[in-house]
Design a protein around this ligand. Structure first.
Ligand SMILES: N=C(N)NCCCC(=O)O
Ligand SMILES: [Zn+2]
Ligand SMILES: [Zn+2]
Length: 330
């Protein structure tokens, strides 16, 4: 039996979310934004939302393996029209939930290979990826795969942390090291690398020197407060230009008051309003894929972290869907 969600006679075009005026939004199994599963739209989509339940790379509190599903649950309340970007993303492009990439929790090297191979498969279908959950380790295999397709990409990294450290306990693949590995591997365009929301204590001043040598610019959390979201977004847009762009968002970029459900919280972070506004200011950039990591629901309260994460992923999918529609029209 076909599992295609399109009814016979239904016009071609994207299959959207379940209609919440007919089926209450709290009914049924959760997919991101109540979108169809990938297998319900014939196995290909313009944007594939995919969970990566892996948190073996963490240096402090575990639990980000549950982030993807928590975000899916919190995303039931998203609605189809995004007024901030004046767009109905799920009508402009086929967005579908591709389920989870299952990776070995007992072997980080094998997990990194598995994530890379699964990302290759999904990107090979022509989809852009919006990955949910997991710890920040997962950005490395995803970036490898993205760079195989697009060449070295510009990176916007929203995070309290630099994540350009070298090793932890001798391990190269951890959630504090993905971007140093990526620079070493030549998969990032080092003329367009920025951290946003950086703050908190470091191991030493050398951390900043090393990071700058790799090519990163830093917009600290305090810079966002002082300069404001529009100026920051303008500056980032100029730095990125029309390069293929990857956005990696660690939810701990938000203040713990906005996102307590995370593994390595740091005081003095962005508000969810600031994060969403900066992202909206990046519309028009050539966003090829994105991740949203480090949501650890066990430390969350009232779903505040996963609600913030679901809205963040919604803005990112809206940027991608608008661009896909514009490319199609061109
Ligand atoms: N990527 C995240 N969330 N954290 C990295 C923190 C690394 C450390 O424990 O120093
Ligand atoms: Zn972080
Ligand atoms: Zn991080």
């Amino acid at each position: 039996m076909s599992t295609d969600a399109r009814q016979p006679g239904q016009p071609a075009g994207p299959v959207g979310p379940v209609d919440s005026s007919r089926i209450p939004r709290y009914a049924g199994p959760a997919t991101f934004a109540r979108l169809p599963r990938l297998d319900q739209v014939g196995g290909t989509a313009d944007v594939a939302v995919v969970g990566v339940p892996f948190d073996t790379g963490v240096s402090y509190r575990p639990g980000a393996r549950f982030g993807g599903n928590a975000i899916r649950e919190a995303s039931r309340l998203l609605r189809p029209y995004n007024p901030a970007q004046d767009a109905s993303p799920f009508a402009l492009a086929q967005v579908a939930d591709a389920g989870d990439i299952a990776a070995n929790p007992f072997n980080i090297n094998e997990a990194v290979e598995t994530i890379e191979a699964a990302t290759d498969d999904l990107l090979g279908t022509g989809a852009r990826l919006m990955t949910l959950g997991g710890d920040h380790t997962i950005a490395l295999p995803i970036l490898r795969s993205v760079a195989r397709k697009h060449g070295p990409v510009a990176l916007l990294h929203f995070d309290a942390h630099l994540d350009t450290w070298d090793t932890y306990f001798g391990a190269e693949y951890t959630h504090g090291t993905p971007f140093r590995r990526a620079v070493e591997e030549g998969i990032l365009d080092t003329s367009a690398l920025s951290h946003v929301g950086t703050r908190g204590p470091l191991y030493g001043k050398q951390d900043l020197d090393d990071d700058a040598k790799m090519g990163f610019g830093i917009v600290t959390s305090a810079d966002v407060m002082r300069r404001g979201v529009d100026e920051v977004a303008d500056q980032l847009r100029q730095r990125i230009g029309d390069r293929p762009l990857y956005i990696s968002i660690d939810i701990d970029v938000l203040d713990p008051a906005h996102a307590p459900g995370t593994g390595t919280p740091e005081a003095g972070g962005l508000t969810s309003r600031e994060l969403l506004e900066i992202l909206r200011g990046l519309a028009g950039c050539h966003l090829v894929s994105a991740d949203l990591v480090e949501v650890a629901p066990a430390y969350d309260h009232a779903e505040m972290t996963s609600v913030a994460a679901s809205h963040t992923a919604y803005e990112l999918t809206t940027i991608m869907a608008r661009q896909i529609a514009a490319e199609r029209a061109a």
